[in-house]
Ligand binder design. Structure first.
Ligand code: BG6
Length: 494
């Protein structure tokens, strides 16, 4: 039995950072306003800067007003901020955690009072391992009377070797059920709804396979450039930043078999099977299955090397070698400085085997398209053919649409609300298990190495505000396909 105490403390390491101000605290405050936070939850922020509790609270409120997803009224904030405390500390060594231990004892009601603790590492990734070692050496991970859990932000490693090493360190202090590796895409409502859509209905699952689906497209497009995060981004590039995590997670949810229960390990076992079945692209083949590109002006961004060849856009063709998906390509693309911010999953069904009705000259037999719009304007669109009125047997594509905003009269919560609540409740279904992380790096690593090799031409260029380089269209064109848009106003995707 897992020990559970009455009091719970959320300890945020990296409390003065952007993530805490813009995401974590607004999400926690919003949960508090909805009455969803455990009654006896306290929040202790830790970072190096000396601050009083009040100064810390003021800085958090300012951060929320400057760019949080949720902004509380002064009354709501007053009610919530009573739970918040601060201590200056350095996670680099166990001795330096003494002030934190003392503060925790005060907040929790005494050094011998049992309390549950959720440690949130909102730190620079280079501090994950030192922080975990310090917590372990300071004996702050033992579950004596209350549970201990740790939330680790992405990036989890920068390649397979570093991810394995980080997993080893994590496992030297925590058991896997105590570890919550975040991918905030899994907290998005539409991403979770994909499970309900597939497994809570009977009409889609029978056709969700190679017999009916021609191919799948996953697009995560962003309009922003790398601007303030250039130091990190120039080392990472788009494949580490977006593909190893968010895009591969979306792929697993589209491709996985139904788990027997909606439970963390049952779900994650199925996701791992998909990742395991993804056909590996060797470094030598990387050029044939990928297009990589950099937006013009990237090298002029502050913090980017003058001759940087870091890709800011990539498109990838993957295959899932199993019974359900054999031969069905999954096209993945993502980039910065693109024409729109949009995350979409497109399922293009096969064309009818025989066409009875006239088709406009030069046009293909139409195929049904299901577009799952993850953001913005969350919803689903199913495109099918209808008879054009009073025009003989001419057909036109029409849409069956579901928009969250119209169907449910409530705002969509930020993904951190769901994920923080799940971590506090010990539900790891929407968090990444160690083997998922390692499988994902196993898929992406050889592609990154292949593209970075000296035999490979440098990334193509594209103008900011486009849909990536023209070669991305050529890439799909060579497979007789084209990028599709399902959710915006335009139906073809650059
Ligand atoms: C993060 C990446 O994980 O996801 C960022 O590091 C990216 O580069 C962000 O901008 C996108 O998230 P969202 O929720 O805005 O699509």
């Amino acid at each position: 039995m897992m020990p559970t105490a009455e009091t719970t403390t959320l300890v945020i390491f990296g409390a003065s950072g952007d993530l805490t101000h813009r995401k974590l605290v607004p999400a926690l405050c919003s949960l508090n306003c909805k009455g969803r936070l455990p009654q006896d939850l306290n929040i202790v922020g830790v970072s190096r800067r000396p601050l009083s509790d009040d100064e810390f609270r003021a800085s958090l409120y300012q951060g929320m007003q400057d760019g949080g997803e949720f902004v509380a009224s002064p009354e709501q904030w007053g009610e919530f901020s009573r739970r918040i405390f601060y201590v200056a500390g350095d996670v680099g060594s166990a001795e330096n955690l003494a002030p934190l231990q003392q503060r925790l004892a005060e907040v929790e009601g005494g050094p011998d009072v049992a309390a549950n603790r959720l440690y949130y590492l909102a730190l620079a990734p280079s501090l994950y391992e030192p922080a975990i070692r310090s917590l372990s050496q300071a004996k702050m991970v033992a579950e004596d009377g209350g549970w201990r859990r740790v939330v680790i932000e992405k990036p989890f490693g920068s390649d397979l070797t570093s991810a394995q090493k980080l997993n080893e360190t994590v496992h030297s202090a925590f058991q896997e059920h105590q570890v919550f590796r975040i991918d905030h895409y899994l907290g998005k409502e539409t991403v979770q709804n994909l499970m309900v859509f597939r497994f809570g209905n009977t009409i889609f699952e029978p056709i969700w396979n190679r017999n009916y689906i021609d191919h799948v497209q996953l697009t995560v497009a962003e309009t922003v450039s790398v601007s303030e995060r250039a130091d990190y981004y120039d080392q990472a590039g788009v494949l580490r930043d977006m593909f190893q995590n968010h895009l591969l997670q979306l792929l697993t949810l589209v491709a996985m078999e139904p788990p027997a229960q909606f439970e963390a390990d049952a779900m994650r076992n199925e996701k791992v099977k998909v990742l395991n079945a993804v056909r590996r692209i060797s470094p030598e083949e990387a050029g044939c299955h990928t297009v990589h590109a950099q937006y013009n002006g990237y090298c002029d961004e502050e913090g980017v090397g003058d001759n940087s060849v870091t890709p800011t856009f990539a498109a990838l063709r993957l295959y899932v070698d199993n019974w359900r998906w054999q031969g069905v390509p999954f096209y993945l693309r993502s980039g910065k400085a693109l024409a729109e911010k949009a995350t979409e999953i497109i399922i293009q069904f096969r064309r009818p085997p025989h066409m009875l009705f006239p088709i406009e000259e030069g046009k293909d037999i139409p195929a049904n398209v299901l577009a799952i719009c993850v953001q913005p304007d969350e919803g689903f669109h199913l495109e099918f053919q209808a008879k054009t009125p009073d025009a003989g047997l001419q057909m036109s594509p029409v849409d069956l649409e579901f928009h969250y905003q119209d169907a449910f009269d409530q705002a969509i919560p930020d993904s951190y609300e769901r994920l923080l609540l799940d971590a506090l409740n010990g539900d790891a279904s929407l968090f990444i298990r160690s083997d998922e992380i390692e499988q994902s790096w196993g898929i992406i690593d050889p592609i990154i190495y292949g593209l970075a090799s000296s035999d490979m031409p440098p990334p193509y260029e594209y103008e900011p505000g486009n849909w990536g380089p023209e070669q991305s269209n050529v890439f799909l064109g060579l497979d007789d396909r084209a990028w599709l848009r399902g959710c915006g106003e335009h139906k073809s995707g650059g």
